[in-house]
Design a protein around this ligand. Structure first.
Ligand code: IMP
Length: 211
């Protein structure tokens, strides 16, 4: 039975979220505990492609290092806005930075301002959007294959930012069925309905058979 889960992130929030779903029966490691792990360029056209690339490359590296049996979990997520043809999509983290040279990410505030600017004349019913998350699961030593899982959370882009919790586009995203933004609703609600929570929920049953 494989007892080690390696998560392709440095984000503690993601680890806590994953631990909450998969349980305490495993040792969880992140990239922060794995110096020298490969830096993966997220250049896929889809969230699934990026998640698979991250999971498979990390699984191969772990195997090459002789780092015992491990299950690798990688995720990729972002916002898709209908009125923008699905943008920012896989470019969510660097949406504003796309307008300038270089390959760095842009700040959440810059990204949110760009989104508001592009939607300035779009009425509420046409501001439909969804957060999407893809999770890929690979096993170190099992070759370049991964299982994939997806989750989405439907909503609208508000006319102005509201709330201080969360990160990224949370202040602008109003999930369906709520009169508040993700940044006002906070973690407890978000963990019930978010794209990541839904993708993770579909991982859990398959995971037990894998491990
Ligand atoms: P990643 O999957 O952590 O690389 O996320 C990519 C980008 O998508 C982030 O930098 C955010 O801009 C956006 N994003 C993904 N998930 C969320 C979320 O739950 N709330 C707000 N923004 C998000």
């Amino acid at each position: 039975m494989i007892k080690r889960i390696v998560i392709a992130t440095r984000n503690r929030h993601k680890v806590d979220e994953i631990r909450a779903v998969l349980g305490e029966g495993y040792t969880y490691l992140t990239l922060s505990e794995l110096p020298g792990s490969p830096k993966v360029v997220e250049d896929g056209d889809t969230f699934v492609a990026n998640a698979v690339k991250k999971a498979v490359e990390l699984a191969r590296w772990l195997h090459e290092q002789g780092q015992g049996p491990a299950i690798v979990l990688a995720d990729d997520s972002g916002l898709a806005v209908d009125a923008l043809g699905g943008a920012p999509g896989v470019h969510s983290a660097r949406f504003a930075a796309l307008d300038r040279a270089g390959s760095e990410n842009s700040s959440d505030q810059e990204n949110n301002l760009k989104l508001l600017r592009l939607l300035a004349n779009v009425p509420y019913p046409e501001r439909k959007a969804r957060f999407r998350c893809a999770i890929a699961v690979a096993v170190a030593g099992a070759g370049p294959v991964a299982l994939t899982f997806e989750g989405a959370c439907e909503g609208h882009i508000r006319f102005e930012a509201r709330g201080v919790k969360g990160f990224g586009y949370d202040p602008l995203f109003q999930p369906e069925g709520y009169e508040a933004s993700f940044a006002e609703l906070g973690e407890e609600v978000k963990n019930q309905i978010s794209h990541r929570a839904k993708a993770l929920a579909s991982v859990a049953p398959r995971f037990r058979s894998l491990a």
